[in-house]
Design a binder for this molecule. Structure first.
Ligand SMILES: NC(=O)C1=CN([C@@H]2O[C@H](COP(=O)(O)OP(=O)(O)OC[C@H]3O[C@@H](n4cnc5c(N)ncnc54)[C@H](O)[C@@H]3O)[C@@H](O)[C@H]2O)C=CC1
Ligand SMILES: O=C(O)C1=N[C@H](C(=O)O)C[C@H](O)C1
Length: 251
C-alpha cells in the first residue's frame, strides 16, 4: 500500500483527495493536515507521498518543508512562477535526498484540461490569433487560473518556435477588458456561481475559428490524475522536479 499524507485536507480539493486515497485499493491515508498543523509530523517513516492542495501564498513554503523532511510531493496548488520553481530545484539539490527526491507539480489534474492544453500547443502555429478564456467558481482566490497561465505560455512558445508575428490587435484604449497579457497571449477570467473549472482556447484566421474547450463539472474529475501522479512518484517518475500531468501520459 502507498502511504499518502494530505496537506490542505480540509479544503475543497484536499477533502476529495482524502476520499480518493481512502477508496483506492493501493493507497492508504497516513496524515491529513491543514492550516496550523506542523508539517514536520510527516516523515518517510509514515508517508511515501504527500499531496499538497492549499493556497498559492503558502504552497512554496510547504513544499520546501516537505523536501526538508525527505518525502516526495505531488502539488496541485497554483501560483508557480519560474522563480518559485527554481527555489524548489535548489531545495532538492540541498535537501536530504538530492539524487532521489521527487516533486511533481500539475496546473491541472483533469484529463480534459491536460488534453485541451496539449491540443492548443499543437494548433497554435496554424492560427494568426489566439486568446484564452478561463471560467471558474467564484470562491477561487487566484486569477487567471494556473491552467490558463500554462496554456498561454505553451501557445506563446509554439508561436515563437514557428517564428510567428504578435497576435493582431488594434486596441488603443483598454480599461482592462482585453484581459491579462501573458507572453503576448490575452487571458480572460470569468467567476460565476454554478461553475467549477472550465477553459476555452480560441484560435482565429481570416474566415475561420477553432475552439478548444475543457469542462470540469465536478472535483472528482481531478482524482484519477492525482492518483496517477501518486503512483508514478512511487514508481518510475524521474527524480527531481517534474511539471505537468502530460509528462506522465503517452501523448
Ligand atoms: N491542479 C489541479 O488540478 C487543481 C488545482 N487547484 C488548486 O488547488 C488549490 C486549492 O484549491 P481549493 O481546494 O479549491 O482551495 P480551498 O480554499 O478549498 O482549500 C485550501 C485548504 O488549504 C488550507 N491551508 C491554508 N493554509 C495552509 C497551510 N499553511 N498549511 C496547510 N493547509 C493550509 C486551508 O485551510 C484549506 O483547507 C488552489 O490553488 C487551486 O487553484 C484546484 C483544483 C484543481
Ligand atoms: O481553483 C480551482 O478550482 C482550480 N484551479 C486550478 C487552476 O487554477 O488552474 C485548476 C482548475 O482550473 C481548478
Amino acid at each position: 500500500m502507498i502511504k499518502v499524507s494530505v496537506v490542505g485536507a480540509k479544503g475543497r480539493m484536499g477533502s476529495h483527495v482524502v476520499e480518493a486515497v481512502n477508496n483506492a485499493e493501493d493507497t492508504e491515508l497516513a496524515l491529513a493536515l491543514d492550516a496550523g498543523d506542523d508539517l514536520t509530523q510527516i516523515t518517510p517513516a509514515n508517508t511515501d507521498v504527500v499531496v499538497e492542495f492549499t493556497v498559492p501564498s503558502v504552497s512554496l513554503n510547504n513544499v520546501l518543508t516537505l523536501i526538508g523532511q525527505g518525502v516526495d510531493v505531488v502539488v496541485g496548488t497554483t501560483g508557480w512562477t519560474d522563480e518559485k520553481l527554481a527555489q524548489v530545484k535548489a531545495a532538492i539539490a540541498q535537501g536530504p535526498k538530492p539524487e532521489t527526491q521527487k516533486v511533481f507539480i500539475a496546473p491541472n489534474f483533469a484529463i480534459s484540461a491536460v488534453l485541451a492544453d496539449y491540443f492548443a500547443t499543437k494548433a497554435a502555429k496554424y492560427f494568426e490569433s489566439a486568446e484564452v478564456i478561463e471560467l471558474h467558481h467564484p470562491t477561487k482566490v487566484d486569477a487567471p487560473s494556473g491552467t490558463a497561465i500554462h496554456t498561454a505560455r505553451g501557445i506563446a512558445e509554439a508561436r515563437k518556435a514557428a517564428g510567428m508575428a504578435p497576435v493582431p490587435d488594434a486596441t488603443e484604449t483598454d480599461g482592462g477588458s482585453r484581459g491579462q497579457v501573458i507572453d503576448g497571449i490575452h487571458v480572460h477570467a470569468v467567476r460565476l456561481r454554478g461553475l467549477n473549472a472550465h477553459e476555452e482556447v480560441l484560435f482565429g484566421n481570416a474566415g475561420e475559428q477553432l475552439t478548444i474547450r475543457a469542462d470540469s463539472f465536478d472535483r472528482t474529475s481531478f482524482m484519477p490524475g492525482v492518483l496517477l501522479a501518486v503512483r508514478k512518484l512511487t514508481g518510475d517518475a524521474p527524480a527531481g522536479l517534474t511539471v505537468g500531468l502530460d509528462q506522465f501520459l503517452d501523448l
